[in-house]
Design a binder for this molecule. Structure first.
Ligand code: SF4
Length: 410
């Protein structure tokens, strides 16, 4: 069953596209309540590069209607890194991963709360408390509930999202009782591709966990990892499934092909392709928070601020196991493109960036200077010693923030 994009073309033969996509007309129809069909979704993905900015502008009318000129800033805290028994092929924390990521067990609650506070000071209105693993034990849930309770005591206005994997009965309720606002569990890709992506759990388990979170009153957050070799039809299938879930927020991750994982060296995306994918999600779920998430730096590259015309949300600073663009640059990008940070609308985002600079100036110098030193022009702000891949900078392993003695990138 699909609730979003109609995937049975026989249901809507008159809407099968034979003409080039009229993105503006489609966006107007979506605004009037139309739900895009599979053929329209495929036409969006098939938009030629030279017409992709028209598509972005059209999808951007929906973003403006629902989210104005605000950008929601989210901040990740990696509570437990690596050491996962699951085998998700895209993941640097997977069983058998040779990626030289930070590996540590649970952060102490004070450390987790401290890390979250630094992201909040950088403008984040949501902190995402993430732990590797198939799913939490009841003891793990209690541990995270304690951290979340502490964050909510100190920052009652801030949303806290937990991302702990597949939940067992009663765990979502326990998190909700502790004050957790949201739960993230990504579908990642199409059900038809899932057996090639992971053998240790199923797509349905992921769907069920999002349902459990929703039933417990948590705001469901579920998204994608694109660029794993999915076909356009599978991408449409995945977006359709996300529409079925009716998540409140959809993060779109762009595959970071870590060395030491099965998907190392996988580069299927271009900046224009990323924009089309974001436009597809916006047109499929016009009123849903759409986050440009991990991998935006290396795949969108200089088109990141253009992507904000469609996406209304991003992660500030670093990711779970890799380093993102300098958080100051994130905020300057938001300011340069004329947006305001949600919840901080009375401050120019560049001023938030300056506050981060102040804190960073007080920090001990990092052993590596930002910037990869190559001429890729990606503006990745990374500290790669390996140079850049064919489509941009290689993932740079995180060596700061949670689990280290270094100040975080925020
Ligand atoms: S995505 Fe999650 S469950 Fe899969 S390997 Fe990575 S940490 Fe483990």
């Amino acid at each position: 069953m699909t609730l979003g994009i109609a995937t049975n073309l026989e249901e809507s033969p008159a809407e099968t596209f034979t003409e080039p996509l009229d993105a503006r007309a489609l966006a107007a129809r979506v605004e009037a309540g139309h739900r895009i069909t599979e053929s329209e979704a495929l036409a969006i993905l098939g938009t030629p590069d030279e017409r992709t900015l028209e598509l972005v502008a059209a999808a951007g009318t929906l973003r403006r209607k629902h989210f104005g000129n605000t950008v929601k800033v989210n901040y990740l805290v990696n509570l437990k890194s690596g050491l996962c028994p699951e085998d998700c092929t895209y993941c640097s924390q997977r069983l058998g991963s040779k990626a030289e990521i930070l590996k540590y067990s649970w952060l102490k609650p004070d450390e987790a709360v401290h890390q979250a506070g630094l992201g909040i000071a950088g403008g984040a209105s949501r902190v995402c408390m993430v732990a590797s693993g198939k799913g939490p034990s009841d003891r793990d849930v209690d541990r995270v509930a304690t951290m979340i309770g502490q964050i909510k005591d100190e920052h009652p206005e801030i949303e806290v999202c937990a991302c702990l994997g597949i939940l067992k009965e009663g765990q979502a309720e326990r998190l909700a009782a502790a004050g957790t606002d949201a739960y993230n569990h990504n579908l990642n890709t199409a059900e038809s591709l899932y057996p090639e992506i992971c053998s240790t759990h199923t797509f349905q388990e992921r769907v069920d966990t999002v349902g459990q979170a929703k039933d417990a009153g948590l705001s469901p957050c579920s998204g994608l990892i694109v660029g794993m070799g999915e076909t356009p039809e599978q991408l449409v299938e995945a977006v359709s499934a996300l529409r079925d879930l009716d998540a409140d927020s959809i993060p779109v991750n762009f595959l970071m092909p870590f060395d030491g994982t099965p998907l190392a060296g996988t580069w299927h995306l271009t900046p224009m392709a990323c924009l089309r994918i974001l436009a597809l999600v916006r047109l499929a779920a016009p009123a849903t928070e759409l986050r440009m998430a991990g991998g935006r730096e290396m795949h969108l590259r200089s088109m990141q601020s253009t992507a904000l015309a469609v996406a209304n949300s991003l992660f500030l600073g670093d990711y779970l196991t890799s380093e993102g663009q300098d958080a100051r640059r994130d905020l300057e990008m938001i300011s340069d493109a004329g947006y305001l940070v949600l919840g901080q609308e009375d401050i120019d985002p560049a001023e938030l960036a300056a506050r981060i600079r102040h804190r960073a100036d007080e920090a001990p110098a990092r052993p590596e200077a930002p910037g990869c030193g190559t001429a890729c022009g990606s503006g990745c702000g990374s500290a790669s010693s390996r140079g850049c891949g064919p489509m941009g900078a290689e993932p740079v392993l995180r060596r700061r923030g949670a689990g280290t003695q270094e100040n975080p990138n925020a």
